[in-house]
Design a protein around this ligand. Structure first.
Ligand code: ZN
Length: 396
């Protein structure tokens, strides 16, 4: 994008505070905008930093296609096997699908996405190539970070680890992983491969862990052990982490202590029908927490609008939040939490921060979360990317 005109946001309430003026110069918040700045009257609305979608799957959504009738079996492996086949029968183009998905997210105020992208022996690197093309196309309008994700397994599908290696060499930013026991049935093989790839490429890790209770605890302990052995403190994230939502809170507390000690981050998708990590507890332990919508409108499930305010509400509902400070925490997870995990240092509304921000409706932050009205204005680096709930670019 071309250099933006300086802007002054007047009558704006940063994080729900009293109305003030904010200035944007060269894509960043500044002390003043000088003569000739474009003045935008924000009508007393609340300004928050850009929403951060920290766990999704841009290559999977069926947005823009005819309705997919879901008759998939109940097990994780049913969904995985079905999807690999359906991608072929529907002729899914990961570039087009990821662009549609990213534009929908932008329309809701999202400025950053971390997307897991499938790498398997059936589809090779087509997903990675497609999402990378979308990232290039939307450059400057949204930041997209790619996790090379062995959705169909590495131990169970020989040849996948080599493709993961290629994906990372091509520019995927993180190494993904998936249920080392429940799916791979070889925790040592899977996790040793994940950490070896991370070490070889000098890249961080984000592992899907759906395993519940004792099985999940076992895998988590194996992840913690390798994080220490490889000196990867601060560079490992665990997505879903359903096992932290287990009933045995004493055991979970011990695990959370170890996660905090090794600066392992947690990304919750706050699904409606699985145990979820208790985000308030995690935050109290000092663990960074982010959130994501996970896959939306795909062969896994029919739900999702790629709206991180909606996800903030889901985080609140799944965690039994009612108080305003609790809803503020849910929103913080969907903004600052995800940004810290992604490692965006210029994030925020302070002077010097990149002007990635969203005008939301509501008297307070809590009201903005529960109302989830169409976003009045979304800026990325000071440029408008969406207005009144509509992205400035058309989806393909
Ligand atoms: Zn996922």
């Amino acid at each position: 994008m071309t250099k933006m005109t300086p802007k002054t946001l007047k009558n704006v309430r940063p994080m729900g505070a009293a109305a003030t003026e904010l200035h944007i110069v060269d894509g960043r918040f500044a002390a003043s905008a000088g003569e000739g700045a474009e003045v935008i009257d924000c009508g007393g609305r609340i300004l928050i930093p850009g929403l951060v979608e920290a766990h999704t799957h841009l290559d999977k959504s069926l947005l823009g296609l005819p309705w997919y009738r879901n008759e998939v079996g109940p097990r994780l492996i049913d969904k995985i096997d079905n999807e690999r086949e359906v991608k072929v029968s529907l002729g899914l183009d990961p570039q087009v699908q990821s662009e549609r998905h990213a534009i929908l997210a932008m329309s809701h105020g999202c400025t950053h996405i971390r997307s897991h992208v499938d790498v398997d022996t059936h589809h090779g690197l087509a997903g990675i190539e497609g999402v990378m093309a979308t990232r290039e196309k939307l450059k400057g309008m949204i930041d997209i970070e790619i996790v090379a994700f062995p959705q169909s397994g590495m131990m169970t599908r020989p040849g996948t680890a080599e493709l993961m290696d290629e994906a990372l060499a091509m520019g995927a930013e993180l190494v993904g992983g998936i249920d080392p026991c429940g799916m791979e049935k070889d925790p040592k093989g899977h996790l040793d491969t994940v950490f070896a790839l991370a070490e070889k490429h000098g890249k961080p890790i984000d592992i899907h862990l759906h395993e519940r209770d004792a099985l999940g605890w076992f895998s988590m302990e194996e992840i913690i052990e390798r994080t220490v052995a490889h000196g990867m403190q601060g560079k490992v994230a665990i997505s879903h982490a359903f096992c932290l939502g287990a009933v045995d809170r004493a055991y979970v507390a011990g695990l959370q202590e170890k996660l905090a000690e090794n600066r392992i981050h947690i990304l919750t998708t706050a699904p409606a029908a699985a145990p979820v990590p208790a985000v308030k507890e995690l935050s109290a332990f000092g663990i960074l927490v982010g959130a994501g919508c996970d896959g939306i409108r795909d062969t896994w499930g029919p739900y999702g609008n790629s709206d991180m305010l909606e996800k903030a509400m889901a985080v609140g509902q799944r965690n039994g939040f009612r108080r305003d400070d609790e809803l503020e925490l849910a929103l913080e997870i969907c903004t600052y939490g995800g940004a810290a995990i992604i490692g965006d240092e210029g994030y925020g509304l302070e002077i010097g921060c990149r002007a990635d921000c969203v005008l939301v409706e509501g008297e307070t932050l809590a009201e903005a979360v529960v109302t989830r009205a169409p976003r009045k204005l979304v800026l990325k680096g000071g440029d408008v990317t969406a207005r009144d709930g509509k992205c400035v670019v058309e989806a393909p």
